[in-house]
Structure formats: structure tokens, C-alpha cells
Write a protein that binds this ligand. Structure first.
Ligand code: FAD
Length: 500
């Protein structure tokens, strides 16, 4: 059986970043990236709906090690995909990617200190196995096979076309057509202005409003700095400015939600004018950052509402009918195309089945260690980005920490590292977001505890200190080597561990 020191699963932002960190910080280790699809880029290759773009700035969504040099800070999907492909090629990471290998199951054998990984390969889905010393799951956070798609009454009556953004038909022609987009999340606010360019009319049909914030697509400061300073220096400065700005805003929101809420809604009112019903369509019932804010570049959504090519309806779907959608209020919306922008189906570690020494692991019963490993599960880490900042900030830190862990084990002759929870922890859901896609899935995710290292901090600065500088031997992570009978884990006094 082929063996790698580290097996990375997934070749999106996280997997490419993992490859870079492994080959840079752990140069002696062999690694491979198994990717289930036939392409690199993950999300940015899968999603092909019109106007697909980032909703955070590319100075923080880009990698720490490769500057984003394009003019647009809020970038379109194809540019992001290009950046990912180029990054993978520039560092030779693409040579480590094995395409069409869908990882299904991983079984840990403590006596051997290794994972046996089952995967399916190619169109025939041939079963095969590989082994590795460490498994690094970079499989994203949602089900690639399908999005969340509630069934609506009367769907079969509808004479037009129903489309889900995760499976956008390449040849869908919506020019001159009446479109209803069901949803009000990031995807809906992206699709509406883009489709409104050529559609007869686009209606965003939402059950309840979302916070929508406009920002310039281009960052004038970043673009000017890049002309004066070396690209990497300019990138680092803008990255830190954005990280700190984002943290400041998030903390302000937590401390003074009413103030931030009023500011956001005032901005919407300034865009749409005094006669627009902002209270009904753009005033959410929750506080900002209880769910992710929706960013629109250069106020494009508001522009289409102003010029009448798009509109927002806040109501509930009663049923689909031949000519469109009937709403609970009794109103009907005529449509040729209905886009169900109803969200993602969150999934942990690409649906991986985990077995440790013959015992299946129910990941929902574990506690998450440093938001990347699982209590009782050895030599396995997974990447999950921030909910209140760009994904890549956390992906970079996670990969860096995994490399520290591997190097530490190498130096001290350990072959196994296992976070062990032997104290009473107050369990809380892994994410404290109220978004539908999160609440639907949290029962399948591990829990977080009330204190480090079991707590999930949505805070880049705290994570940076803990992941980059915190002690690897923290009294919770147990190290061992089955070939050396006495366990060599050093348990540090709790006070010192807490300081670390
Ligand atoms: C439309 C859209 C816009 C977004 N915009 C932003 C944004 O602006 N800012 C932000 O921070 N985040 C954004 N996100 C979140 C986004 O997914 C992350 O930013 C980032 O792309 C995730 O990268 P990843 O590599 O961790 O996961 P993914 O991009 O999901 O890649 C995971 C890869 O793993 C592969 N894989 C999964 N399971 C298996 C398996 N079992 N075996 C083998 N391979 C497997 C998949 O095929 C895929 O290629 C957005 C998400 C979507 C859907």
C-alpha cells in the first residue's frame, strides 16, 4: 500500500495552503493531496452561477504567502480560481494533487501509528487504499453532491425552470425572462444584480431580511500602495489593516449592537431613499453578526432596486403554481425561472467515516481541540475558517500549527498525538451562528468547551498567538510512540498550560 507521511484531503484554498505549508515548514515529509473532483480550486471551481464572487476582501481571502495583485478587492469567481491555480502551479503544489479520489473512510491503528484510508477512484468509483501518518482534512464545510433544497408544494405544476445555484446549468438563458430568486443570503444578493442586467425583472423573495452592507469593489488605498511598495509588503500592510478593521467592527457589534444596526440600516436608507420600505425588507430581526453580513460591491444590489430591474418581496412561499409562486399573503409572483438560493448543506470533513482502533467515532460526541482536532482522535486535523472573517486567515494558521505539531513529534520521536479531554467541560455548539445552514447542521458537528484549548475562538489575533506561539505540549495533547513502551507525554502543570 502506498504510504504518505501526510495525506491532505481536498484541493481548495485550504488544501493548497496545506501543501504550501507542509513543503515549506516540513520539507522532509512526503505528502499527497487527494481531491474528489477532477479540478483544483474547490468552491471556486464548483460554483458557476452568474456573478459568483467573494464576499470578503481578497487581501484576507488570499494566502498569507502569495499577494493578491488584482485591482478588485471583492473579486469574481474566475479571478479567484485563476489565483488558486497559479498559486498551486507556482509552488509545485499541483504536482502533489491526485484527482478523482474521493476519500470515504479512515481507520487508525495505534500499534502501527498510521491511518488506513479508503477512497473511491475515477468514474467507476474503484475502491482503493492508502496509508498515512497524519490525516489533514481540507474538505471544506458543505456537501458537494447537493445543496440544501427544501421541497415546495406544487413544484411539479410550475411550467418554467427551477435552478439551484450549486448546480447552475451552463446554458441557462435568462435574458428577457422573469426570475424569482428564493433566498436573501450571500448567493441571492450576488445573483440578483447580475441577472437583472439582462432579465426582464428579478425578484428577490425572502422570508426575512438580512443585513446588507455595500463596500467599494476596489480598494483605492491598496491599489495605490501597491504602486509604491513591493507587492508583498503592500499586501501585508493591507491584510493587517483589514484584519484589525474587521476585528474592531465585530467587537463593536458585540458591545453595541444597536449602534451598528442603526448605522447599517441608515446606509441602506441612504441608498434606497426615504420612500423605500427599509423596515420590511432590510431590517433583520437579529443583531448584526448573529449571522454573516452580506456584502455587495459598489452598492450593485441597491442600484438595481433603484432602477427597477430588481425588487425585494418579504413573504412566504405558499406553493409553486404553473405561472410562478403563490405567497402566503395571497399575492402571486409570475416567473419563467425560479432560483432556489436556499443555501448549503453543511458537512463535516467531506462526510469522512472515522474509526480508531476498530471503534467507529461519532464526531458529534467529541470536543473540538483548537477548533481543528477532535478529542480522542489521533493524528487528524481539519480546517474550518472563520465565520466573521475570511476563511483563509484560519486555514493558514491551521496549516502552520499542524506543521509545528509534526515537527515537534519528529524532534522528540513521537508518532502519535491525541487530544484527550479528561475534565468536565461545559458543552456548547461548535458555531454560535443563527443562520439556517448552521443551525440545521450543528447536531452533526463536534462541541466546543468553555475554555481553551476546547473553545472555538472566532478571533484571528487570539488564534495567531495560540497556534503560532502557544506550547505544543499543553497537557491536553498526549504524545506517544508505540515502539517505545513508556508513554513519553509530558504533562505540564495546568497553570502553565493555561498561560500557553
Ligand atoms: C459561493 C461562495 C462564496 C464564498 N465566498 C467567501 C468569501 O468571500 N470569503 C470567505 O472567507 N469564504 C467564502 N466562502 C466560503 C469558502 O468555501 C471558503 O472561503 C473556501 O473557499 C473554502 O476552501 P476549502 O479549501 O476549505 O474548501 P472547498 O473550497 O470547499 O474545497 C474542498 C475540496 O475538498 C474536496 N473534497 C471534499 N470532500 C472530499 C472527500 N471526501 N474526498 C476527496 N475530496 C474531497 C472538494 O471536492 C473540494 O475540492 C464562500 C463559499 C461559497 C459557496
Amino acid at each position: 500500500m502506498q504510504h504518505f507521511d501526510v495525506l491532505v484531503v481536498g484541493a481548495g484554498i485550504s488544501g493548497i495552503g496545506a501543501g504550501y505549508h507542509l513543503q515549506t515548514l516540513c520539507p522532509g515529509r512526503t505528502y499527497a493531496i487527494f481531491e474528489g473532483r477532477e479540478a483544483i480550486g474547490g468552491t471556486w471551481d464548483l460554483f458557476r452561477y452568474p456573478g459568483v464572487r467573494s464576499d470578503s476582501d481578497m487581501y484576507t481571502l488570499g494566502f498569507s504567502f502569495r499577494p493578491w495583485k488584482e485591482a478588485k478587492a471583492i473579486a469574481d469567481g474566475p479571478s479567484i480560481l485563476n489565483y488558486l491555480r497559479e498559486t498551486a502551479a507556482a509552488f509545485g503544489i499541483d504536482k502533489h494533487v491526485h484527482y478523482g479520489r474521493q476519500v470515504k473512510r479512515a481507520a487508525w491503528d495505534s500499534a502501527q501509528s498510521r491511518w488506513t484510508v479508503d477512497y473511491e477512484e475515477g468514474l467507476e468509483r474503484t475502491h482503493a487504499q492508502v496509508s498515512c501518518g497524519f490525516l489533514f482534512m481540507c474538505a471544506g464545510y458543505y456537501n458537494y453532491a447537493q445543496g440544501h433544497r427544501p421541497q415546495f408544494a406544487g413544484e411539479d405544476q410550475f411550467k418554467g425552470q427551477i435552478v439551484h445555484p450549486q448546480a447552475w446549468p451552463e446554458d441557462l438563458d435568462y435574458a428577457g425572462k422573469r426570475v424569482v430568486v428564493v433566498g436573501s443570503g450571500a448567493t441571492a444578493v450576488t445573483l440578483v444584480p447580475e441577472m437583472a442586467r439582462t432579465a426582464a425583472h428579478v425578484t428577490m423573495l425572502q422570508r426575512s431580511p438580512t443585513y446588507v452592507v455595500s463596500r467599494p469593489a476596489e480598494d483605492a488605498f491598496a491599489n495605490s500602495l501597491r504602486k509604491r511598495l513591493p507587492a508583498k509588503l503592500a499586501y501585508d500592510i493591507v491584510r493587517w489593516r483589514n484584519v484589525l478593521g474587521q476585528m474592531y467592527l465585530f467587537n463593536l457589534t458585540r458591545k453595541r449592537p444597536e449602534l451598528v444596526k442603526t448605522k447599517i440600516i441608515d446606509m441602506v436608507r441612504a441608498e434606497l431613499g426615504p420612500d423605500y420600505d427599509v423596515a420590511t425588507h432590510f431590517t433583520p430581526r437579529y443583531n448584526p453578526w448573529d449571522q454573516r453580513l452580506c456584502l455587495v460591491p459598489d452598492a450593485d444590489l441597491f442600484e438595481t432596486i433603484r432602477n427597477g430591474t430588481a425588487s425585494v418581496v418579504t413573504d412566504h412561499v405558499e406553493a409553486f403554481e404553473a405561472a410562478g409562486v403563490r405567497l402566503k399573503s395571497g399575492r402571486t409572483l409570475d416567473a419563467d425561472i425560479i432560483v432556489t438560493a436556499t443555501g448549503l448543506d453543511m458537512q463535516l470533513m467531506g462526510g469522512l467515516e472515522v474509526v480508531v482502533d476498530g471503534a467507529p467515532i461519532e464526531l458529534a460526541k467529541t470536543f473540538s481541540y483548537k477548533a481543528m482536532m477532535y478529542s480522542g482522535v489521533p493524528n487528524l486535523a481539519s480546517t474550518f475558517g472563520y465565520t466573521n472573517a475570511s476563511w483563509t486567515l484560519k486555514a493558514d494558521l491551521t496549516a502552520e500549527y499542524v506543521c509545528r505539531l509534526l515537527n515537534h513529534m519528529n524532534r522528540r520521536g513521537f508518532t502519535e498525538c491525541r487530544p484527550v479531554n479528561d475534565e468536565a467541560l461545559e458543552a456548547a455548539p461548535w458555531l454560535d451562528f443563527t443562520s439556517g445552514y448552521v443551525t440545521r447542521a450543528m447536531h452533526r458537528f463536534p462541541k466546543q468547551g468553555h475554555k481553551a484549548p476546547w473553545r472555538v475562538y472566532q478571533n484571528y489575533a487570539l488564534d495567531l498567538m495560540a497556534f503560532r506561539y502557544g506550547a505544543v505540549e499543553d497537557g491536553v495533547m498526549r504524545f506517544s510512540n508505540p515502539r517505545q513502551p513508556a508513554t513519553r507525554s509530558r504533562r505540564r502543570p495546568q497553570a502553565a498550560a493555561a498561560r500557553a
